[in-house]
Design a protein around this ligand. Structure first.
Ligand code: HEC
Ligand code: HEC
Length: 344
C-alpha cells in the first residue's frame, strides 16, 4: 500500500513533535498535550493523576482489594505542618523519581504492598499532579478517615483540605469522558488505553500480592484476554495489545504495527516526548500508543535468572513454549495499544 510510507513519514514527524502533517487520505489529530490546561478544561494534574497514578492509588477500590494506598493517604503523609506548595511538589517528585525505602514516609504501606515500583515519570507532569493534590480536596474512600487515625494511633493526621474541585461546564472527567461530545479521537483512544491498562494492572498486581509471581503468570494466561475484551465491550471499541516479541503468539504485531513500534522505540530510546498516533479515516479512528515497562514487569519480562525467578520461568515456558517476551529492561517499549473505534 503506497500510503503506508506516507503514514510512517507523517508519524515520524508527529513523534518528533514538530508539526501536525495531514495528507489527502489521513488526517492526523493534533496530539493531546496533557500538561497544559486549556480554557474551561479540567486541571491537567487531575487528568494526569487519574491516568498515571490511579492504576494503583485510586479511591474506589475497597480496603482489602488494594494494591497501594489511596492518594489521600499520600496527601495525609506529605501535606504536613505548614509545608508550602513548592516544598510539597518537590517532596512528591523526590520520592517518585526514584522510589527508595530510605526516602519512604509510609513504612506501613511499604511493608504491606512493597515499595512503589520504579516507573519513568516526567518531572513537569508529577509536579502538576502534586499541584492539583495540594490545592484540591481529592476523592477519598469512605473508610479512609477512620482507618488512618486508628492504624497510626493518631500519629498520622487525616488531611484532605483544599477546594472542592468543580468540573468546568461542558467537560467530562478523564474517568468519564464517555459520551463527552467534545473529546477528540486522540483523547478517546488514550482514555480507552489507560482504563484498560488500569484494569489489567490492578488485577495483575493483586494476583502477584495474593498468590505470588508464579501463580500470577497463570492468572495472566487465563485473564489477560477476558479483561481486555470486557473493556473493549464497555467502550464499544476493538482493543489489542500487540508486540514485536510476543509471549502469546496471538499478540504478534502486523507489518504496519511493527513500523509504529519502531517509531516509538526510537522516541523512548532518545528520551524524546511522544504522543499517541491517531489515524482518522472513513469515520473511524485507529489509535496507537506504546506500552512501556516498569520495574514490576521485569519479574516476568526481564532477564531469566537475574530478574525472572526460576519457578516463574518454568511456568512461562510451559504455557508459552515459543515465548519471546524476555530480556527487557525498565522503560522499554514492550508493545503497543492498537485500538479501533467508530467516531461519534
Ligand atoms: C504500579 C502501582 C503504582 C503506581 C502506578 C503509582 N504508585 Fe505510588 N505507590 C505505590 C505503592 C505500592 C506505594 C506504597 C509503598 C511505598 O510507599 O513505596 C506507593 C506510594 C507512593 C508515595 C508515598 C511514598 C512514601 O512512602 O513516602 C507517593 C508520594 C506516590 N506513591 C506517588 C505516586 C504518584 C504521584 C503516582 C502517579 C504519577 C504514583 N504514585 C503511581 C504504587 C504505585
Ligand atoms: C506475573 C507475570 C507478568 C508480569 C509481572 C507482567 N506480565 Fe506481561 N505478560 C505475562 C503473560 C503470561 C502474558 C501473556 C498473556 C496472554 O496469554 O494473553 C503477558 C503478555 C503481555 C503483553 C502482550 C503481548 C505478548 O507478549 O503476548 C504485553 C504488552 C505485556 N505483557 C506487557 C507487560 C507490562 C508492560 C508489564 C508491567 C507493567 C507486564 N507485562 C508484567 C506475564 C506478566
Amino acid at each position: 500500500m503506497k500510503n503506508t510510507i506516507l503514514t510512517i513519514v507523517s508519524i515520524a514527524a508527529l513523534v518528533g513533535c514538530k508539526d501536525t502533517p495531514t495528507s489527502a487520505d489521513y488526517s492526523l489529530q493534533t496530539p493531546v498535550d496533557l500538561t497544559t490546561q486549556r480554557d474551561g478544561e479540567v486541571h491537567p494534574g487531575k487528568k494526569l493523576m487519574e491516568t498515571q497514578c490511579y492504576v494503583c492509588h485510586n479511591p474506589s477500590t475497597g480496603e482489602n482489594g488494594r494494591i497501594a494506598p489511596p492518594m489521600v493517604a499520600v496527601k495525609s503523609h506529605y501535606k504536613t505542618g505548614n509545608i508550602t506548595k513548592d516544598d510539597f511538589k518537590d517532596a512528591i517528585w523526590e520520592f517518585v523519581k526514584k522510589p527508595n525505602p530510605h526516602k519512604a514516609k509510609m513504612n506501613g504501606a511499604v511493608k504491606r504492598f512493597g515499595l512503589m515500583p520504579y516507573q519513568k515519570f516526567d518531572e513537569k507532569e508529577i509536579k502538576q499532579i502534586a499541584d492539583y493534590i495540594y490545592d484540591n480536596k481529592i476523592d477519598e474512600p469512605t473508610w479512609f478517615k477512620e482507618h488512618i487515625e486508628n492504624e497510626s494511633n493518631g500519629k498520622v493526621q487525616y488531611r484532605n483540605d483544599g477546594k472542592t474541585y468543580e468540573q468546568p461546564k461542558g467537560t467530562a472527567g478523564a474517568q468519564n469522558s464517555e459520551g463527552s461530545s467534545k473529546s477528540t479521537p486522540a483523547d478517546r483512544g488514550l482514555e480507552y488505553a489507560m482504563s484498560t491498562k488500569k484494569e489489567l494492572g490492578k488485577n495483575l498486581m493483586g494476583a502477584i500480592q495474593r498468590k505470588g509471581t508464579k501463580e500470577a503468570v497463570v492468572f495472566c494466561n487465563k485473564q489477560a484476554y477476558p479483561i481486555t475484551d470486557s473493556m473493549a465491550i464497555a467502550h464499544n471499541a476493538t482493543i489489542k495489545r500487540v508486540t514485536d516479541k510476543p509471549r502469546n503468539p496471538k499478540n504478534q504485531a502486523s507489518k504496519e504495527e511493527l513500523d509504529i513500534i519502531t517509531v516509538f522505540k526510537n522516541a523512548v530510546a532518545n528520551n524524546s516526548k511522544y504522543e499517541p498516533i491517531t489515524i482518522v479515516q472513513n469515520g473511524s479512528t485507529q489509535f496507537y500508543y506504546p506500552i512501556t515497562t516498569n520495574s514490576m514487569c521485569l519479574q516476568c519480562h526481564g532477564t531469566p535468572q537475574k530478574d525472572i525467578p526460576r519457578d516463574v520461568l518454568q511456568t512461562i515456558n510451559k504455557l508459552y513454549p515459543a515465548d519471546e517476551a524476555t530480556g527487557y529492561n525498565v522503560n522499554e517499549v514492550r508493545g503497543l495499544w492498537s485500538i479501533t473505534f467508530v467516531n461519534q
